[in-house]
Design a protein around this ligand. Structure first.
Ligand code: CAA
Length: 388
C-alpha cells in the first residue's frame, strides 16, 4: 500500500529556488513602482513567460509545463513574496482555465490552454456581478440561444486582470426557469468579441498593479461550441474550480506574509534602540515567533490542500477538498493579515511609510480575506461540509 505524500519533492524545492531567484532579480525591484503607478507589470509577465512560470499548471499535452498543484502554489507563493499583484498572473491564469480543464470539450482545451501555455494570452474568471457577490447564483447575466450561437448580456464585476486578459470564463443564466444554480452555464468569451467592453479600473487599497474592472457584455454573440460543459452545469463548474483555486489564494497569502516576516526579521536585527538591536528584546522575539508559527501552520494546511487538489485533478475525487481549500484560504489569509500588521508594527513609524515594503504588503494582504469568497463564506462552506 502506498500513501500520497504532501511534503514537497526535490523538484518542488528546485522550483522554489528558481522562482525566488527570478523574483529577487526581476519582480521585487518593480513591486513598489508598479503599485504606485497602478500599472500592470508587462515586463514581469514577459519574464514569467520566458521562464515558463506564468501558467505552470497547464498540462504538457497542451504545451504547458505540467506542474502539479503544489508547484503552482510554490510559484504563486514565491512571486507574492516579492509582489502580490504579479502573483495574480499565475493565479488568475489558473483560475480562468481550471473550468476548461475540468469541464470543457477537447477542442476548447486544445485552443485555449495552448494559447495560455504559449504566453499568447491570459485568462480571467467572471462569476461575480454588482449585485451577486457572495450569493453568486443570484447572477443576472443572461445567455440566450440563437440558432447555433448564444447571445450574452450583463455586467460582471471585480474581474481580476480584466482588460489585460484575452479570454474570460463567463458564467451566465441560460435557463431562468431552472432557478439559480441549475440554470447557469459557463462560456469562453474573448476580449475581441464584439460587444465586450471594460469598466474603469477600480481604485483599490492593494493589488494595485493588477487591474480589477467590470466586464460588460452587450449582445455578445458567440458560437455554442464555446460553452464549457453541458448547459446548466456552469455553476457547479464554477464552484468546483474554486475548490482548486482557493488553494492558490492561500498560496498568495503565504507569500505576502513570508515577504513581510523576512523583511521584519532583517529590520529588527539592524534597528537599535536603548543601546541594542530591537531583536534583543523578548517582546519583539515573541512577536516574530508567533508570526512564523502562524505562517508555517497555514503553509502546511495549504500544501495538504494542494496535494488533495492534485489528486482530484488527476481524476481521484477527494471528499475533503472543498473543506480543505476553504480552510487553507481562510487560515492563510487571516494569518497574512495578522502577520503583515505585526510587520508594520515592528518597523514602527517606518513601517507606516511607502519607503518600506511592509506597508504595501499589509494593504495587499487584505484582499486575500475577501476574494474567491470572503472568509465568512469560507466558514460557511466549511460548516456545511461538517454538518451535511
Ligand atoms: N463543487 C461542485 N459543485 C458544488 C460545490 C462544489 N464545491 N458546492 C456546491 N455545489 C453544487 C451543489 O451540489 C448544488 O448542486 P445541486 O443543486 O445539483 O445539488 C449547486 O452547486 C449549488 O450549491 P449550493 O446550493 O450550495 O449553492 P449556494 O447558492 O447556496 O452557494 C456558496 C454556495 C458556497 C455560497 C457559493 O455561492 C460561493 O462560494 N459563494 C462565494 C462566491 C465566490 O467565491 N466568489 C468569488 C468570485 S471569483 C474571485 O474573486 C476571483 C478573482 O477575481 C481573483
Amino acid at each position: 500500500m502506498s500513501f500520497p505524500l504532501y511534503a514537497p519533492a526535490e523538484e518542488h524545492d528546485m522550483l522554489r529556488e528558481t522562482v525566488r531567484a527570478l523574483a529577487d532579480e526581476k519582480i521585487a525591484p518593480r513591486a513598489a513602482e508598479a503599485d504606485e503607478a497602478e500599472e500592470f507589470p508587462w515586463d514581469v509577465y514577459k519574464a514569467l513567460v520566458a521562464a515558463d512560470l506564468h501558467a505552470i499548471h497547464v498540462p504538457e499535452q497542451y504545451g504547458g509545463a505540467g506542474g502539479d498543484a503544489l508547484a503552482a502554489v510554490i510559484v504563486i507563493e514565491e512571486v507574492a513574496r516579492a509582489c502580490a499583484s504579479s502573483s495574480l498572473i499565475p493565479a488568475v491564469n489558473k483560475l480562468g482555465t481550471v473550468p476548461i480543464m475540468l469541464s470543457a470539450s477537447e477542442e476548447l482545451k486544445q485552443q485555449y490552454l495552448s494559447a495560455v501555455a504559449r504566453g499568447d494570452a491570459m485568462f480571467s474568471y467572471a462569476l461575480s456581478e454588482p449585485e451577486a457577490g457572495s450569493d453568486a447564483a443570484g447572477m443576472k447575466t443572461r445567455a440566450v440561444r440563437d440558432g447555433d450561437h448564444y447571445v450574452l448580456n450583463g455586467t460582471k464585476m471585480w474581474i481580476t486582470n480584466a482588460g489585460v486578459s484575452e479570454y474570460y470564463t463567463v458564467m451566465a443564466v441560460t435557463d431562468p426557469s431552472a432557478g439559480g444554480a441549475r440554470g447557469i452555464s459557463a462560456f469562453v468569451v474573448e476580449k475581441s468579441d464584439e460587444g465586450v467592453s471594460f469598466g474603469p479600473k477600480e481604485r483599490k487599497l492593494g493589488i494595485k498593479a493588477s487591474p480589477t474592472r467590470q466586464v460588460i457584455l452587450e449582445d455578445v454573440r458567440i458560437p455554442e461550441s464555446r460553452m464549457i460543459g453541458a448547459p446548466g452545469t456552469g455553476f457547479k463548474t464554477a464552484l468546483a474550480t474554486l475548490d482548486h483555486t482557493r488553494v492558490t489564494i492561500a498560496a498568495q497569502a503565504l507569500g505576502i506574509a513570508q515577504g513581510a516576516l523576512d523583511y521584519a526579521v532583517g529590520y529588527v536585527k539592524e534597528r537599535k534602540q536603548f543601546g541594542k538591536a530591537i531583536a534583543d528584546f523578548q517582546g519583539v522575539q515573541f512577536m516574530l515567533a508567533d508570526m512564523a508559527m502562524k505562517l508555517e501552520a497555514a503553509r502546511q494546511l495549504t500544501y495538504h490542500a494542494a496535494a488533495k487538489s492534485e489528486l482530484a485533478m488527476k481524476g481521484q475525487p477527494q471528499k475533503d477538498l472543498t473543506f480543505l481549500s476553504s480552510a487553507a484560504k481562510c487560515a492563510a489569509s487571516d494569518a497574512a493579515m495578522e502577520i503583515t500588521v505585526d510587520a508594520v508594527q515592528l518597523l514602527g513609524g517606518y513601517g507606516y511609510t511607502k519607503d518600506f515594503p511592509v506597508e504595501r504588503m499589509m494593504r495587499d494582504a487584505k484582499i486575500t480575506q475577501i476574494y474567491e469568497g470572503t472568509n465568512q463564506i469560507q466558514r460557511m462552506v466549511m460548516a456545511r461540509q461538517l454538518l451535511k
